[in-house]
Design a protein around this ligand. Structure first.
Ligand SMILES: C[S@@+](CC[C@H](N)C(=O)[O-])C[C@H]1O[C@@H](n2cnc3c(N)ncnc32)[C@H](O)[C@@H]1O
Length: 440
């Protein structure tokens, strides 16, 4: 035996070791907690109370020392009461990622997500709000949790096959019926198309106003090599290469309507993904921000100005609103989208840097950070700068819980906290927390 072979692991190869596990309570990332000989195992692809044969994902060399293990369910030995036939055959273990709860009944998904959210808030030490009251609510008129995704990123393999990546995998897998995507995205039939050489990904968008959009992404992609198929109908088409965006049809933007207001967004830019999200979150921010007439407000992580428009209506023409956004293109679109509201202005900056540089306070703030959250430093700056209310829109409950706990320590309290199922058949949760200074 060579010295190298001597050092090779002698146990089963990664993924070869099978365990029989019974899933218990939910944990982060859509997994469930099981135990094997006293050790915690986080299992994906299962449901509460069921017994499965699961593949261990821990590296054989690290199994003995790992504090916990991770595994994925391969066979159901005894189904849990929440298991239903999957809504997406191509999803799940060894399938496409991004629909990890497709085999769990929709009301049960929301019950489980509520438990996860309550647990995260408790563990973070949030005390000013009764965490057991937080229940994940469905989006209005969302009966089956299907057809909601208006922003879909497809992956493309070296042969030009269009699909999606598996969970923690680089492999591109077929999407089949793609049931979570909005109809206008499904009608593009991208899964049946062969992309030109050099295409690495495709962004498909089904906006609420105007045509759908397809953007082919590839560092060295040749725009002249793109032949637009008939199935794309009237969709706008663009190519994003290492040298920038080349629109082939349309101008590389899409349009979104919320109530009476029309927003322009870059075709690859950020907009809330669920087809009802922008409207729902606008209503919640409208009902909770309470920016005073003639007063001041900031919309932090403002994107193209969705919540700044709400704040501007509340402060009126005598007030002031600033939308702060780090992405230059989004900020430019915010400026255009808010052009009819002279009380609204935009700043292109890192939010924490911008707030740190402010002198004087502000009446009300809405913030909607990415998954990494605002962070304790920004929460402390806001605790000192904001006079009346903070509305925190979050797509990641663990960072929200951390940030709420941080601002509670600076004398603020949570007065309302709602959670929404804006990502059905996944474990992701959107939520909105409303904060006020603690009286006295
Ligand atoms: C979840 S989106 C919210 C956008 C907007 N509120 C909406 O609902 O359409 C977060 C936004 O924050 C921006 N962003 C992320 N990190 C940032 C930072 N450190 N400073 C400023 N903007 C940031 C992103 O470009 C993105 O537009």
């Amino acid at each position: 035996m060579t010295p190298e072979a001597d050092r090779l692991p002698t146990g089963p190869a990664l993924g070869d070791r099978l365990l029989t596990l019974t899933a218990g309570p939910p944990a982060a990332g859509g997994t469930f907690v099981a135990r094997h000989e006293g050790r915690v195992v986080f299992v994906r692809g299962t449901a509460p109370g069921e017994t499965v044969t699961a593949r261990l994902l821990e590296d054989p060399q690290e199994q003995a020392s790992a504090r916990f293990w991770r595994a994925e369910a391969l066979d159901v030995l005894e189904a849990g009461v929440d298991r239903v036939p999957t809504v997406w055959d191509e999803a799940g273990v060894d399938g496409v990622g991004g629909a990890e709860w497709a085999h769990i009944a929709l009301p049960a998904q929301r019950r489980i997500a509520s438990e996860v959210m309550q647990d995260l808030l408790r563990r973070a030490g949030v005390t000013s709000y009764p965490t057991e009251q937080v229940q994940v609510e469905p989006a209005p008129h969302d009966a089956d949790g299907l057809g909601w995704r208006t922003r879909v990123r497809y992956a493309v393999d070296a042969e030009g096959h269009v699909g999606m990546r598996g969970w923690r995998s680089h492999e591109v897998r077929p999407v089949g019926e793609d049931p979570l995507s909005a109809r206008a995205v499904r009608e593009l039939r991208l899964g049946e198309w062969t992309a030109p050489a050099g295409t690495e990904a495709i962004d498909a968008v089904a906006p609420s106003a105007g045509p759908a959009s397809v953007v082919l992404i590839g560092r060295d992609l040749d725009p002249d090599a793109v032949v637009i198929p008939e199935s794309w109908g009237e969709a706008d088409v663009a190519v994003r290469t290492g040298r920038g965006m080349v629109p082939l049809r349309g101008d590389g933007t899409v349009h979104e309507r919320v109530g009476e207001r029309l927003f322009t967004v870059a075709a690859t830019g950020f907009w809330q993904s669920h087809r009802r999200a922008a409207e729902l979150l606008t209503e919640v921010v409208e009902a909770t921000l309470r920016a005073p007439h003639g007063g001041s407000a900031w919309d932090l992580y403002g994107g193209v100005g969705l919540f700044a428009a709400v704040a501007a209506a509340q402060v009126g023409s005598q007030g002031t609103v600033v939308s702060v956004e780090g992405n230059r293109r989004a900020s430019q679109h915010a400026e255009e989208n808010l052009a009819d509201l002279p009380q609204a202005s935009t700043a292109t900056a890192d939010v924490t840097d911008w707030v740190r540089a402010r002198r004087g306070g502000v009446d009300a703030v809405v913030l909607d950070p990415p998954r990494s959250g605002a962070g304790p430093e920004l929460m402390e700056l806001l605790a000192n700068a904001v006079r009346q209310r903070i509305v925190y829109v979050s797509c990641e409950p663990s960072t929200l819980a951390r940030d709420l706990s941080a601002i509670e320590k600076k004398g603020w309290r949570v007065v309302d906290l709602r959670a929404f199922d804006l990502f059905p058949h996944t474990h992701h949760i959107e939520s909105v927390a409303v904060l006020e200074p603690t009286p006295g």
